[in-house]
Design a protein around this ligand. Structure first.
Ligand code: ADP
Ligand code: ADP
Length: 232
């Protein structure tokens, strides 16, 4: 479902160069939950943002659901990108809009008619257990509820792939567990493929089928989680 082929990315800032991706290849099968773990600065975020081309690698290729994303431009890229959901550490919600307005936002941008939007939003809120909070504003919600809004919004366009950028790092352990449970349910019930980055082994242990360890822009180990945990 996701295939990264020999990605490199070098940042140049104020005369310094940083190799954020140094020949990264990765395969995530359909329906799999894959975790990328590593310290701050390892290149996890650059890897994740390459999958939906928020970051454009210097070399290499990115395939998602058969589409060769780096070969796409303009509208074609925009459309392909809209089918890849993403959730964030700090949720990224619009404070001026209620829960419904936040979840409806991506549908509005793509021109889905209002009646159809509201039907879809109701379905999504049901899916993440927020029906009762449809009219609440983000400031009135707990961290866990905010991330559920983020998840509902990420799923609005019915993506096959969900990218998670440290989605539970700002949450307490109990809330983290409930958000991870929700992600696992969505993976099971919708067949959603999930690629997540984290610096917490607990997250990988709890929901990932397979994982990669990243260091200095490279994947230094990859495989089923049980094998990684067993390795010295
Ligand atoms: P991680 O997500 O594992 O913390 P990142 O992908 O954010 O790692 O960063 C990898 C390396 O690239 C780091 O050394 C970081 O400082 C550098 N980097 C990331 N984004 C930029 C940027 N826009 N400009 C310059 N350097 C960057
Ligand atoms: P508020 O969020 O302050 O209630 P809004 O103008 O954002 O005011 O929204 C009014 C109502 O319209 C919201 O309660 C929501 O249910 C609905 N709504 C907001 N944005 C959208 C949207 N993009 N698509 C469908 N319904 C929306």
């Amino acid at each position: 479902m996701i295939k990264l082929d020999d990605l490199t990315k070098v940042y140049r800032a104020r005369g310094r160069t940083v190799t954020a991706l140094d020949g990264v290849s990765l395969d995530v099968a359909e329906g799999e939950i894959h975790g990328v773990i590593g310290r701050s600065g390892a290149g996890k975020s650059t890897l994740l943002r390459s999958v939906n081309v928020l970051e454009r690698p210097d070399t290499g290729r990115v395939f998602v659901d058969g589409a060769d994303l780096l070969a796409l431009r303009g509208d074609d890229l925009r459309k392909a990108r809209q089918r890849i959901g993403m959730i964030h550490q700090h949720f990224g919600l619009l404070g001026s809009r209620d829960v419904t307005g936040n979840v409806a936002f991506p549908l509005e941008v793509t021109g889905v008619p209002r009646r159809e939007r509201l039907r879809r939003v109701a379905e999504l809120l049901e899916l993440v257990g927020l029906t009762e909070h449809a009219r609440a504003h983000p400031a009135q919600l707990s961290g866990g509820q905010k991330q559920r809004v983020g998840i509902a919004r990420a799923l609005a366009a019915d993506p096959k792939v969900l990218l998670s950028d440290e989605a539970t790092s700002a949450l307490d352990p109990e809330t983290t567990d409930s958000v991870l449970d929700l992600l696992r349910d969505l993976n099971r019930d919708l067949g959603l493929t999930i690629l997540l980055i984290t610096h917490e082994m607990g997250v990988v242990k709890k929901i990932c089928d397979s994982a990669s360890i990243m260091r200095d822009g490279a994947i230094v180990e990859t495989g089923p989680v049980l094998d990684l945990l067993a390795s010295p």
